[in-house]
Design a binder for this molecule. Structure first.
Ligand code: ADP
Length: 487
């Protein structure tokens, strides 16, 4: 008796065709809220990746020579279909990743915005005439697509991340092979259906599921793949960067976060607490921009701890498709065990548990990977969760005294993706914002993402940007044309 009876059999999308893995193997993806199978997924390897790269390489001359305006029309069509199918897609995201439906809808909106905005923005990928010091010569530049791109997608934003990469790449004239995370492969293969329905030329976009290292290795070693765009852990990013060096490939790396949040005593406490709670428990804490270290000025530390704990206790936790659910499960039990380990370590070192601090109890939670919304106060700097990404629903509060100390603590990790400041003193907000070593700073604001805005990190949080004009540059080369003009 197979455990996945009734789960649909999904297919990879290569060269405009839905197909199974060359080796014929499959695996089952699981709903983390109830342990039920979501779909049976092809377990592809290097053979499938190679076929996909063949298709993307064949499609590149055709796609890259279309005008940007025509490519934009294709992307608008994909966006139209995604818009029409958003209800169905949101349910797929929630059932495979676990996040509440309203968060899945947010991902879809960002995806649709990215398709439309990049479709139009690529029409403005201008070159330039350069004033030339040499008589009889003209210098001009044009922006060319990089070529075939390999994209590696994480499980925590399984739909949004596809479009953050595919929209600028395709708009620029690149073709792409995408490899989703194992845990959320069904989301990706449903999105492949959207592309199939939009009827783009075969091979422009391809989806390969299965063995990460084998597929990744094709991206690294096949010379036709000119660029790798990766979102995931710093450890895997490092492996890919090393591999990319052999063939001098371009890379974009969106890696680990470990975001600091600084709450000054002069903040608007009601608004700030709402924002911090929303940021912390977004996607059950599984977000690279999520609040990992919450520094609270000591005069308000107790009140913040108490009120955040009240909030955490009142949150409705459950299957993300149920009405009113504010927080879903973690991606799997391994993630729950990691959070338990980090909380155990912090408590042993002196942190106080103000809410949660354990798995969710009760029948509704037995088959899922649920951890309770948790608030820890007086967490010591030596706790492992200060230096590691928690990637779970644990608000860790650290007390600080002065502005100087807050900035030093915030910068005292090797990561630098996002940071957040809460204060009503704008001089302080700007002063501190300028000193934080991160790619993004939210000032009394936690929402950083928009198709129009560059998203990315510094230090060990990565290289490159997604979103905005900068996100298009990631898929363009600048070519210089030097032209002799007679007479
Ligand atoms: P996380 O810890 O968030 O799962 P990972 O970096 O392990 O982060 O995974 C992010 C993505 O990278 C996933 O799609 C995963 O399958 C992929 N991945 C993991 N290891 C490799 C590898 N050696 N080569 C290519 N891709 C990989």
């Amino acid at each position: 008796m197979t455990q996945d009876a009734g789960a649909p059999l999904a297919a990879m999308f290569i060269n405009g065709q839905f197909q199974q893995a060359q080796g014929g193997e499959t695996f089952v993806s699981i709903n983390p809220a109830n342990g039920q199978p979501v779909a049976r997924i092809p377990f592809g390897d290097d053979r499938d990746a190679r076929l996909a790269v063949d298709a993307a390489a064949d499609a590149f001359p055709v796609w890259s020579r279309l005008s940007a305006a025509v490519r934009a029309r294709h992307l608008h069509r994909v966006a139209d279909i995604l818009e029409r199918r958003r209800g169905e897609m949101a349910l797929v995201i929630t059932s495979e990743e676990g996040k509440p439906l309203h968060e899945a809808q947010g991902e879809l909106q960002l995806s649709i915005d990215s398709l439309r905005w990049y479709g139009e923005e690529a029409r403005r990928a201008y070159g330039s005439w350069i004033p030339d010091p040499v008589p009889g010569r003209r210098l001009l530049t044009q922006r060319d697509p990089v070529g075939v791109c390999g994209a590696i997608i994480p499980w925590n934003v399984p739909c949004g991340m596809i479009f953050r990469k595919a929209a600028p790449a395709l708009a620029a004239g690149c073709t792409m092979v995408l490899k989703p995370a194992e845990a959320t492969s069904y989301v990706a293969l449903k999105i492949a259906e959207v592309f199939a329905e939009a009827d783009l030329p075969a091979g422009v976009i391809n989806f390969v599921t299965g063995k990460a290292s084998a597929i990744g290795n094709v991206f690294l070693t096949d010379e036709r793949v000119r660029k790798i765009s990766f979102t995931g852990s710093t450890e895997t990013g490092r492996v890919l960067l090393r591999g990319a060096a052999d063939h001098i490939k371009r890379t974009s790396m969106e890696l680990g976060g470990n975001a600091p949040v600084i709450l000054f005593e002069d903040c608007d406490l009601d608004a700030s607490l709402r924002a911090v709670a929303a940021l912390k428990f977004l996607n059950a804490g599984q977000a690279c921009i999520g609040a990992n270290r919450i520094y609270v000025q000591s005069s308000i530390h107790d009140e913040v701890g108490r009120r955040l704990a009240d909030h955490a206790r009142q949150m409705k936790v459950g299957e993300g498709s149920l009405p009113g659910v504010a927080m879903g499960p973690l991606v799997d039990m391994k993630a729950v065990e990691k959070v338990e380990e980090l909380v155990g370590d912090a408590v042993r070192k002196g942190a106080s548990v103000r809410a949660g601090g354990s798995r969710m109890q009760g029948e509704a939670y037995e088959k899922g990977s649920f951890y309770a919304p948790t608030v820890l106060t007086e967490v010591p700097r030596t706790a492992r969760m200060h230096d590691e990404e928690i990637f779970g629903p644990v608000a860790a509060l650290y007390a600080f005294e002065t502005e100087e100390q807050a900035v030093e603590l915030a910068n005292d990790v090797p990561y630098g993706l996002s940071a957040y400041i809460f204060t009503e003193n704008m001089d302080r907000a700007i002063r501190v914002g300028e000193r934080l070593e991160t790619g993004m700073v939210g000032i009394n604001e936690i929402r950083l993402g928009a198709a129009e805005a560059p998203f990315g990190g510094v230090k060990m949080s990565g290289i490159g940007r997604e979103g905005g004009r900068e996100g298009l540059d990631e898929y363009l080369e600048t070519k210089l044309l030097a032209i002799r003009v007679k007479g």
